[in-house]
Design a protein. Structure first.
Length: 524
């Protein structure tokens, strides 16, 4: 032990002067009488990985490894037991090969030397053979737009470090694999120790996303004060979370299951997201497309208003036969018929001279019926039960343009008020549709921000662009067109209604054009 300590101090001094990076020293002690110290010097762009393999097949007691660092302590046992619990049942998987990457705490100086100790202990009465390996991790610090491939298992997770370059505020971390299974999890965690890189604790901190072949998480610089973060990739012990088959429960509660080969090859790449200028230009382009419909509608409305101002329109063209009749007679009720032909003084060609034939069979009892003007009245006395639909076809045939109002069999005042019900119905439906959507967006976004669980979101993470507290504002922007075009439709209907009311105001004497009481008939 004395000789080992002397070698440790001498190697530490030589390493500190020769390397301007990070020197990590491992001191392994077995029992009390034997100790071995090994130093490994790496640069700040490299990491250190501790791998352990249990060689004794009949080990009755596990071997405990405790890695003591300056600002963190990492402990694990070999063999490693990972449990999958579901209600009161659980399945246990045993792993004899482990590999863990050590956390790199932030250093205050560039040439600061840090060391750690690995303590090995067991309660086994017999000797246990194991293999301990400390190695460098190449490409521990990921480079922008540079793909890196690696392998991972449930007992050998991987994590890497990424530092935001100058001028980049948002990046997209993408992890790809050629195989759907085994199921895996990608996590983004802050630079702090310990790193949660096992299946049973990866969801404790940061943002995580379950994946089969592709996963993507958008990361912003403002969320990480150290301007860097860890990309953690963990392979799950089971595939149930990815839609895979569900394993049977063992017959005995303490029975250990064979995990099989759950190695997975993955690729990780970090790419810069679009900058703010491209983001704003894309938003303005989408809004410009929607606003172009507004501009086109405004121009058409101006042309129509100008045309109606220069050439006044008779209200009969809004659902009556004013193209042929210049004099309109209103009689409340009548019984009989009349035949009126257009004369030559209307300057019409013989082919255009038509006749209007009207037969009314209204009884005197229907005249005294009360006209309810309630908005929700649907009683039978509000309807005209005349059977003249087959006898006044000539009225319909004389029209060049047939409108719905020509076939209206209800009083215009009642119809105009009943139509207001549709407005309130649409408003009510809109409120009941909008409120749950807004509530779900706020609730789910809060859950994502607090827990980091992105599996509850169902959008394309590869195209997610955050804005403020929203993790995917582009989905809201794409649905904004429904709202804008819907409002435009309501404005078009309002503009047509205003034009119709203006035409009626110019001819107040015949304002009730669509009323069924407007008949040309001969009274007895």
């Amino acid at each position: 032990c004395k000789y080992s300590s002397t070698m440790f101090l001498r190697f530490l001094k030589e390493s500190s002067s020769a390397h301007q990076g990070l020197c990590l020293c491992v001191c392994v002690s077995v029992c009390v009488s034997v100790s071995l110290c090994v130093c490994v010097c790496v640069s700040q762009t490299e990491g250190v990985r501790v791998s352990v393999e249990l060689l004794s097949e009949s080990a009755q007691s596990p071997v405990l490894f405790v890695v003591r660092q300056k600002q963190a302590v990492l402990s694990f046992q070999v063999p490693l037991i990972l449990r999958v619990c579901l209600r009161r049942y659980q399945r246990k998987y045993q792993y004899t090969q482990l590999g863990r990457t050590l956390c790199q705490p932030p250093t205050k100086a560039v040439a600061e030397t840090q060391f750690f100790y690995v303590d090995v202990s067991t309660l086994s009465s017999a000797g246990i053979h194991y293999q301990l390996r400390v190695s460098r991790v190449d490409s521990f610090t990921l480079q922008t737009d540079k793909k890196f491939s690696f392998n991972a298992t449930p007992s050998q997770p991987q994590f890497f470090k990424y530092v935001f370059p100058e001028g980049v505020d948002t990046v997209i971390v993408k992890v790809n694999s050629q195989k759907n299974f085994p199921c895996s999890v990608m996590s983004i965690q802050d630079i702090q120790c310990p790193v949660y890189d096992l299946d049973n604790n990866v969801a404790f901190i940061g943002m995580y996303q379950t994946m089969t072949t592709t996963a993507a998480i958008t990361v912003q610089r403002k969320d990480f004060p150290s301007n860097s973060f860890y990309v953690v990739v963990v392979v799950k012990t089971e595939d149930e979370a990815c839609g895979g088959p569900l394993r049977f429960y063992p017959l005995l509660p303490d029975e250990l299951l064979d995990a099989g080969n759950r190695s997975k090859t993955l690729d990780v790449i970090v790419s810069p997201a679009i900058n703010s200028e491209v983001y704003v230009m894309g938003m303005l382009f989408c809004l410009g497309i929607f606003l172009s419909f507004y501009l086109l509608t405004f121009l058409v409305a101006c042309v129509e208003n100008k045309r109606y101002d220069t050439a006044p329109v008779s209200p009969y063209e809004y659902g009556s036969f004013g193209e042929f009749v210049k004099v309109f007679i209103r009689i409340d009720f009548c019984i009989g018929c009349v035949l009126i032909c257009l004369h030559d003084d209307l300057n019409l060609k013989p082919a255009d001279q038509r006749c209007i034939f009207c037969v009314l069979e209204r009884s005197l009892e229907s005249v005294g019926r009360s006209r309810h003007e309630s908005l929700s009245s649907v009683e039978e006395d509000d309807y005209d039960t005349l059977a003249d639909i087959d006898s006044d076809k000539n009225i319909v045939r004389t029209k060049k343009f047939l409108c719905v109002s020509d076939l209206a069999r209800k009083d215009n005042r009642i119809l105009s008020k009943k139509y207001q019900i549709y407005f309130w119905n649409i408003a009510t439906i809109g409120v009941f549709y909008a409120l749950p959507v807004i509530q779900l967006v706020i609730t789910y976004q809060t859950v994502v921000n607090v827990t980091g669980n992105q599996d509850i979101c169902y959008y394309n993470f590869l195209c997610a662009h955050p804005l403020g507290a929203l993790s995917s504002f582009n989905n809201i922007l794409s649905n904004l067109g429904y709202v804008l075009l819907g409002l435009l439709f309501l404005l078009i209907i309002l503009q047509r209604d205003i034009l119709h009311k203006r035409a009626l105001e110019r001819n107040e004497s015949t304002a009730m054009v669509r009323s069924r009481e407007h008949r040309i008939c001969l009274t007895h």
